[in-house]
Design a protein around this ligand. Structure first.
Ligand code: AMP
Length: 171
């Protein structure tokens, strides 16, 4: 297993009972491990001609923005409903209980833009699936979806299908 896993902390019963939350703040705090994550992702995508890194609120912003600078790509945020100031397009998706809505600015991506979607972690895959559909709905080319952590036992990769997924650390 990667040395990076030592910097991912398990928080039991957060944000609610029965969930083991993978806390990546120690990994971000350590300059070597934060740089290593960035290096791995840069190596993976440096030839991919990415126009925009789309990051998902909020930890996807941290990983995605650092990567965008290195790839010489732009950065685009996807946020929870009501946070973005300009006109938005939306996607509603199912949670364990109820639904949630994510948004992206209407002029954020356009047809044929080469997009890399980034988040810190994939659990059930519902959030990333909704984000992938939002990006694809604009005619952009979703080159790949990248996360630092994949909780394989939750089968998010299957939920994402046919969208691709790259992950650094698997549990
Ligand atoms: P999901 O839609 O189930 O794939 O959930 C993905 C989003 O929820 C990501 O943005 C994660 O940051 C967060 N998340 C879900 N489960 C966990 C977990 N066990 N540890 C840390 N973050 C999680």
């Amino acid at each position: 297993m990667s040395v990076l896993t030592k910097y991912i902390r398990d928080i039991k019963d957060f944000p609610k009972k029965g969930i083991v939350f993978k806390d990546i703040t120690p990994l971000l705090k350590n300059p070597q491990t934060f740089a290593e994550v960035n290096r791995i992702l840069f190596e993976q995508y440096k030839q991919s001609k990415i126009d925009y890194v789309v990051g998902i609120e909020s930890r996807g912003f941290i990983i995605g923005a650092a990567l965008a600078v290195q790839l010489k790509a732009g950065f685009i945020p996807i946020r929870k409903k009501g946070k973005l100031p300009y006109k938005t397009i939306q996607k509603t998706y199912d949670l364990e209980y109820g639904t949630d809505i994510i948004e992206m600015h209407v002029d954020a991506v356009k047809k044929n833009d080469r997009v890399l979607l980034v988040d810190d972690l994939i659990a059930t895959g519902g959030t990333l699936r909704a984000c992938a559909e939002l990006v694809a709905s604009q005619g952009a080319e979703l080159v790949d979806i990248a996360v630092v952590v994949e909780l394989e036992f939750l089968k998010g990769r299957k939920t994402l299908n046919p969208y691709p997924l790259y992950s650094i650390i698997k549990y």
